[in-house]
Design a protein around this ligand. Structure first.
Ligand code: GRG
Length: 306
């Protein structure tokens, strides 16, 4: 999926800037992942499956957030490229496993057959497992001091385990029954989708050796972005076609899942998206580095249509 097509061509300066940031930084990661991984270490068909799951398009939002949060905190690109590459490996692993017949049973992802359709279910499971191991292996080699490296590993482990807990809530239940419906949906979204986006922003700050106030600001930005991202995703599921989004839509209602539009209605969701976008941008105020790319990413993620 080409980020340049993420919105129609009418648009404000911030939207254009958001598309540019996503395209330029996303391409940087695409190239980095191709070049920095020693693909010859694995059997050819395993390497091919990982490459298919990792390099087959995607917006690269999470690694781009790592890079831009690192830059906004005054850090170096080389550390952020490694941390962002590791995070993207975890993200792509989660999509591969999420699509499996025993979970969401989806056949289309990023406009292509899902990995289990392409390479068979056993290979999809094993390629996903390898990608998770590769992610932590990459972080172990991050070009920074040992304390920062340990913090990056901790952040990625927290984000990944919260994501798995969110997936369990979403697919196997177990949410606290005392929570009102909207709080239940919020909890699932915060964990399943928000946790990795939050981790991306915090990892970007840690790559730069940021102080506590900066990490706090990036956390607020990341939490608002994460929740907003999933509410927009829920809205796309009810408003867009499968062809346009490149993955199956209309599934949430069919599967009886609780979603934001299902609980609040479409209009209230749109207002919540706008509130979270503004909250994300506001959170950037204390940062000393260049924050326009992060504000532009909030803008474009609020209005994305795929
Ligand atoms: C099975 C141990 C184990 C772990 C996997 C399956 C799973 C746990 C978690 C699923 C998490 C998940 C798929 C959340 C949905 C988040 C979401 C909206 C993903 C789509 O992100 P985009 O739009 O995708 O950024 P692209 O294709 O652009 O990268």
């Amino acid at each position: 999926m080409d980020p340049a097509t993420i919105t129609p061509s009418h648009t404000t300066h911030m939207e254009q800037e958001g598309r540019k940031v996503l395209l330029e930084s996303g391409t940087l990661f695409e190239d980095w992942l191709k070049q920095s991984i020693d693909w010859s270490k694995w059997p050819d068909h395993l390497a091919e499956a990982v490459r298919y799951g990792l390099l087959g398009g995607g917006k690269r939002l999470r690694p781009v957030l790592v890079l831009q949060c690192c830059r906004a905190s005054g850090g170096r690109d080389d550390v952020a490229l490694t941390a962002g590459g590791a995070l993207e490996l975890v993200h792509c692993f989660s999509l591969i496993h999420d699509d499996l017949p025993s979970l969401d049973n989806d056949e289309l992802r990023r406009g292509q057959p899902t990995l289990h359709v392409h390479a068979g279910e056993p290979m999809a499971i094993l390629a996903g497992d390898l990608m998770l191991a590769m992610a932590f292996g990459l972080l172990a080699q991050a070009p920074c001091d040992a304390a920062v490296r340990a913090t990056l590993v901790d952040e990625l482990a927290t984000g990944t385990s919260d994501m798995v807990a969110g997936q369990v809530y979403d697919t196997l239940g177990g949410l606290p029954a005392t929570l009102p419906p909207v709080e239940q949906v919020k909890l699932v979204h915060r964990k399943k989708t928000g946790a990795l986006i939050r981790a991306a922003c915090r990892m970007g700050g840690h790559c730069a050796g940021a102080d506590d106030d900066t990490i706090h600001a990036l956390t607020t930005y990341g939490e608002a972005m994460g929740l907003m991202f999933q509410i927009v995703d829920d809205l796309l599921d009810v408003t867009q076609s499968t062809d346009h989004v490149g993955k199956a839509t209309g599934k949430d209602a069919d599967s009886g899942k609780r979603t934001y539009p299902g609980v609040l209605g479409i209009e209230a969701c749109q207002q919540e998206v706008e509130r979270l976008r503004a909250e994300a941008v506001q959170a950037l105020q204390p940062l000393k580095g260049a924050t326009e790319p992060l504000a532009a990413l909030a803008e474009i993620m609020a209005i994305r249509t795929n």
